[in-house]
Design a protein around this ligand. Structure first.
Ligand SMILES: *[C@@H]1O[C@H](CO)[C@@H](O)[C@H](O)[C@H]1NC(C)=O
Ligand SMILES: *[C@@H]1O[C@H](CO)[C@@H](O)[C@H](O)[C@H]1NC(C)=O
Ligand SMILES: *[C@@H]1O[C@H](CO)[C@@H](O)[C@H](O)[C@H]1NC(C)=O
Length: 256
């Protein structure tokens, strides 16, 4: 009996303290007022913006802010669809004039992998799960595709990339009783195998460099073009000598 009384008391304290609700961007969330019924009227506010009210005769009033169009009253609860980051903050429900403070935490989750979603075997990669919004007290984990093991951190280093890393990863955010997940698909590929053309190319280049090496290797430290010029000069000189001797012989014959 004592236990039941205590339990009811704890429940009452919880509802009076208000509740923290969590939602991911784009999702639907239902905020509980904290009471199951009302007698005279029920009104919901977001921070200072009036959203909805209903009285005992069923007469309803709606506010003018954009959130009103995405929200609807379900009994005493407020259901919000296509949650936006701007929806975060305090929500207040007045049931017959009694105030119930609640808050909505909106998470936007970005799961990414660098350098790209297609990874090469034995390379390195880094997975990141970024959570925006007031998520203190939330846990961020990664679930890997084949082993279903969980890592405790928001970043995972794949070093090296293995075939078991191929598949559907999941970033899991746990905030109290709420769990959110963000999928990330990773493809692991074999690195492209090297073909024979590069070796023949290597042989050609080594041949070219060897030819250039010998060509530059002319004696006495003179450049090869210099040696070429000297050769031409010598030949020209010899031709000149031959011409002169022939000319001399002819002249001598004429004088005799
Ligand atoms: C609700 O919040 C308002 C302002 O934030 C505060 O003045 C009030 O005491 C709170 N009420 C309850 C029941 O916590
Ligand atoms: C995982 O997270 C829990 C809760 O935050 C923590 O107590 C635990 O030490 C962490 N484990 C590792 C291996 O980091
Ligand atoms: C390239 O050169 C190496 C030695 O330098 C030789 O063993 C090999 O057969 C050559 N490859 C081709 C395609 O000529």
């Amino acid at each position: 009996m004592k236990v039941i009384v205590l339990f009811v008391f704890v429940l009452g304290a919880l509802s009076a303290a208000g509740e923290d609700f969590f939602a991911k961007v784009g999702q639907k969330v239902t905020l509980n007022c904290g009471v199951s019924s009302y007698r005279r009227s029920l009104t919901w506010y977001h921070i200072n913006d009036f959203l909805h009210s209903v009285d005992q005769s069923g007469f309803t009033l709606k506010g003018s802010v954009e959130l009103v169009q995405r929200s609807v009253l379900r009994q005493t609860n407020l259901e919000i669809s296509s949650v936006k980051e701007t929806d975060a903050g305090q929500f207040t429900c007045f049931a017959d004039g009694t105030r119930h403070n609640h808050s909505l935490v909106v998470l936007s989750v970005l799961a990414s992998v660098k350098p790209s979603a297609v990874l090469e075997l034995n390379n390195e990669a880094r997975l990141r799960c970024e959570v925006k919004g007031q998520h203190q007290g939330c846990e961020v984990k990664w679930r890997s595709p084949n082993t279903y093991s969980l890592t405790n951190t928001s970043t995972v280093q794949l070093k090296p990339v293995k075939t078991s890393h191929n598949g559907a990863w999941e970033c899991i955010i746990t905030c109290g009783r709420n769990t959110f997940s963000e999928p990330l698909a990773i493809t692991v590929q074999e690195p492209p195998t090297t073909t024979t053309p590069p070796t023949t190319l290597k042989n050609i280049t080594s041949f070219v460099t060897s030819v250039q090496g010998t060509a530059n290797d002319c004696p006495l430290g003179l450049s090869c073009s210099m040696w070429f010029a000297i050769g031409v000069c010598c030949q020209f000189g010899m031709l000149l000598i031959v011409c002169v001797t022939v000319l001399c012989k002819c002249m001598r014959r004429n004088t005799v």
